[in-house]
Design a protein. Structure first.
Lengths: 524, 312
């Protein structure tokens, strides 16, 4: 556990990507199984300890510390795990117990009941120093937050054992922590694991934004970009599994899709809700999002929002790997494959027929379907490749809507932003001349702008409610958003979809900000 | 008569030389000889009456005396006695041994006016030996670069240098120009710092494998471009919190503070058991809450101009 803690510590303070990769690679080479496998899982985000939730950590804190002192400390530090790890020094310590190994920690926590978990965690805390406690709590609660992506963790593994990261990626999702087979392969003791008997995730092909560019439609096919949940379906015939963007299995959340899929192979598509409810109403998208996180769903939920998958691409037809083939060949295989599926649950994403790019722009501009986010452009001769590759796929989103709003409240961020007021609630003018909150945003500004906003909040605070500050209603923020919906939960009667700060309008007087009525006219 | 007035005052008692406590422009100043020397260095000639530790004077029936606070060279607590009642103003203080200044002396009192810069239970400053060992280990691991340590020019820089010497490091230590005069002042007051060399104007190659000490503001600035592959270190009590260190682009956080940590603050209160405690700058809310839990009478005293000036 100490080596893992010092790895985490090193990663926290290292800025250079190459140095991070080297630190992880060295650790993975020099640490025995199963510790290194658990560490790799923790860094790649594939470790989940079911018995420890963040509530367990809070319960442990409440048990040991004065709640008021804990809250003040948590507000300052900005991170529950770190606060508990630091405050633990105030407690009397047992001496003479040796620190646990990483493998021991995982075994103990995995075998503990949910009720026993907090006290077990506390016992482990007593055996560690401040760095060890921090690593333990981060490990136990998931989310190491040390600036490592899953991709970087795999890259470090590949580099540590002189493998290609694409070769690692290909089998990664079929393997489970603590990855004994992976290390055996890395050390040259066995061949690469062969997972073809199981239904597992292959990394998605992703798109770059088109921005202001154009493409020649002779080289690129256009289709709609649907506003649902990107999903991959993998089936061996005996087993069918669904995966979300990040490779998380979501079969349990959408059992009707898994049950209806009768093909053998791997396809890529968008999960949508049938009928009027899709898109028009934010609640339906939220319903899909909420199902995403569930292990099981009720029949009532399935009936309320009938889901289906609109297919974009095919990766495997039976055992036949089509990924190296050009898009147009995969497209004809997909059309044939889709024809064999239940039309109530699966259809094809249509190709947009446009004469040229200007014609396509006109079609895109005229699309008012709320389920359409924009247009996808796919290079006709491109293979299906993992990740974002330059020049192959583009997403061309619809222009965002914008409104000028007035900052009303601000709250401190988490993590790197814990000392900054970085979450802003803003409002527009109501019919009676009062400001009504219309949304909340915490992105879209530069680091420089964040510093300025933070200063603005501190210098213009008129009231404090716990971590929230109310500010002088004087700063106009231009807010960009994808759509606006009616909402009964908000006093203003509307809710924005994906709002972000597009500009600071320090030049504009607050009285000239937009009215709620103007936003209501954008509902569509 | 004022203590550490933030605006020019006719008569000022000054606890120590940091800029948020010792301002220029007062009419008459009482402070320790070391603090007066620091004020003279920073502000030019100051009218001042030196008061040695343990000494004092009487003014309109109030007896004023100065006692070691252990914060930086010359730092003092001020004891006021009147009609049998004793009030102590700690100024900034710490309880740990520090080779650059006199050790804090607990002064029994009825009212304690205490600082609370690190008045949150997350702040436990580890023993300084371990932090100095981390610095020396980083130096050894980076023979082709240098370790650039951010430290305040008054107090922290000299303490880090003196502790490095105690740990057996006797190579020349390279300093930023802004620190030279203060280091000379420390030496003149008997704090031995060993061989110091100005880092300014040296070729990159000459700083390889060396320790360079500079004010924190210089480390993320153009000044640092002269350094060969520097590992950025920072000596401050705030380094205890990871995200704080990350925000400041620190790669080697050294938790070294000249302020009392949570345990020192609370243990001092338990030791002195004043009948009343006033909490000045820092986390008045948390220390106040702790007093409440321990049935000690306390209140927060809001002071202006005591934020972000002198970082722990």
């Amino acid at each position: 556990m100490e080596r893992f803690a010092s790895l985490i510590d090193g990663l926290v303070y290292t800025r250079s990507r190459d140095t991070k990769v080297r630190l992880i690679a060295d650790y993975l080479r020099d640490t025995p199984n199963p510790d290194r496998g658990w560490a790799l899982a923790a860094l790649a985000g594939t470790l989940s300890i079911a018995t420890v939730k963040s509530t367990a950590i809070r319960a442990m804190a409440d048990d040991r510390f004065d709640p008021a002192l804990f809250r003040m400390s948590r507000d300052y530090v900005g991170d529950t795990a770190e606060t508990v790890a630091l405050m633990w020094d105030q407690l009397p310590h047992l001496s003479g117990t040796s620190p646990p190994t990483l493998g021991e920690v995982i075994d103990l926590l995995n075998n503990a009941s949910r009720a026993r978990a907090p006290s077990l965690l506390a016992e482990l805390m007593d055996r560690l120093d401040a760095d060890g406690r921090y690593a333990l709590l981060k490990l136990a609660s998931g989310g190491m937050r040390v600036g490592i992506s899953a991709r970087l963790a795999k890259t470090a593994f590949a580099q540590g054992f002189n493998l290609s990261v694409d070769d690692v990626e290909e089998v990664w999702h079929a393997l489970r922590p603590p990855y004994a087979e992976l290390f055996a392969w890395g050390e040259g003791k066995t061949e690469r694991p062969d997972p073809s008997e199981t239904a597992f995730f292959r990394p998605f092909m992703l798109a770059h934004p088109l921005d202001d560019g154009t493409v020649d439609l002779a080289d690129y096919a256009a289709e709609w970009k649907w506003d649902g949940i990107r999903i991959q379906i993998a089936s061996t015939g005996s087993e069918t599994r669904l995966f979300s963007r990040g490779g998380d299995e979501v079969s349990g959340a959408f059992p009707e899709i898994a049950a209806a899929f009768k093909g053998i192979g791997v396809v890529d598509g968008e999960l949508l809700v049938r009928g009027e409810v899709q898109g028009g109403e934010a609640a339906s998208f939220n319903a899909l999002q909420q199902r995403l996180g569930r292990k099981t769903v009720t029949a009532a939920m399935q009936a309320e929002y009938p889901v289906f998958v609109r297919l974009y691409d095919i990766l495997f037809d039976g055992a036949d790997d089509l990924r190296a083939q050009p898009w147009h060949q995969r497209r004809s295989r997909l059309e044939a494959f889709a024809a064999t599926l239940d039309p109530a649950r699966f259809d094809l994403s249509a190709i947009i027929e446009a004469r040229d790019f200007d014609h396509l722009a006109a079609i895109r501009g005229g699309s008012r379907d709320a389920a359409i986010e924009g247009v996808m452009l796919k290079r006709r001769n491109a293979p299906y490749l993992a990740g974002r590759k330059v020049g192959l796929w583009y997403k061309w989103k619809r222009e965002p809507l914008v409104a000028d709003c007035v900052m009303m409240y601000a709250q401190r961020g988490s993590g790197k932003r814990s000392s900054y007021y970085s979450d802003y609630t803003f409002g527009c003018w109501g019919a009676d001349g009062s400001l009504l909150p219309v949304g909340k945003a915490y992105s879209g500004f530069s680091d420089e702008e964040l510093k300025w906003l933070d200063r603005f909040v501190r210098n213009n605070t008129i009231a404090r409610f716990g971590p929230v500050r109310e500010v002088e209603k004087s700063l106009v923020l231009e807010v960009a958003f994808d759509a606006v919906h009616e909402s009964k939960r908000h006093k203003s009667g509307i809710a924005m979809r994906f709002p972000r700060i597009s500009r600071l309008r320090r030049d504009k007087p607050a009285e000239e900000a937009d009215r709620v009525e103007t936003l209501k006219s954008m509902i569509g | 008569m004022w203590i550490d007035p933030s605006r020019p005052a006719d008569r000022a008692l000054v606890t120590h030389g940091h800029a948020d406590h010792a301002r220029s422009g007062h009419g008459k100043v009482w402070a320790t000889p070391q603090t007066l020397a620091i004020m003279e260095l920073r502000y030019g000639t100051e009218m001042g009456t030196p008061i040695a530790y343990g000494d004092g004077f009487e003014e309109r029936g109030v007896k004023v005396s100065f006692h070691p606070a252990g914060h930086v060279l010359g730092s003092a607590q001020i004891l006021l006695e009147h009609a049998g009642e004793r009030v102590v103003v700690t100024g900034d203080y710490k309880r740990r041994a520090d080779p650059t200044c006199a050790l804090f002396e607990p002064v029994p009192c009825d009212v304690l006016i205490t600082e609370a810069t690190f008045g949150l239970p997350v702040f436990t400053h580890p023993p300084i030996e371990g932090e100095i060992a981390k610095l020396l280990a980083a130096l050894e691991a980076n023979p082709d670069g240098c370790i650039a340590v951010g430290a305040y020019a008054l107090g922290k820089a000299q303490r880090v240098i003196a502790e490095l010497r105690l740990a057996g490091y006797h190579e020349p230590i390279y300093i930023h120009g802004a620190m030279q005069k203060m280091c000379e002042l420390y030496e003149a007051h008997g704090v031995l710092l060993g061989e110091l060399v100005m880092a300014t104007g040296l070729a990159k190659g000459e700083l390889k494998g060396k320790i360079v000490i500079a004010p924190p503001s210089a480390l993320n600035d153009r000044w640092a471009r002269r350094l060969p592959d520097p590992v950025t270190a920072m000596a401050s009590g705030w380094m205890r919190v990871r995200q704080r260190a990350r925000q400041k682009n620190v790669e080697l956080p050294l938790v070294i503070s000249d302020h009392a940590d949570w345990n020192e603050l609370t243990e001092t209160l338990l030791e002195l058991r004043p009948s009343e405690t006033w909490i000045t700058h820092g986390r008045t809310d948390a220390l106040g809450r702790w007093c409440e839990l321990h049935q000690l009478k306390a209140r927060a005293l809001d002071l202006v101009g005591r934020e972000d000036e002198d970082e722990g």
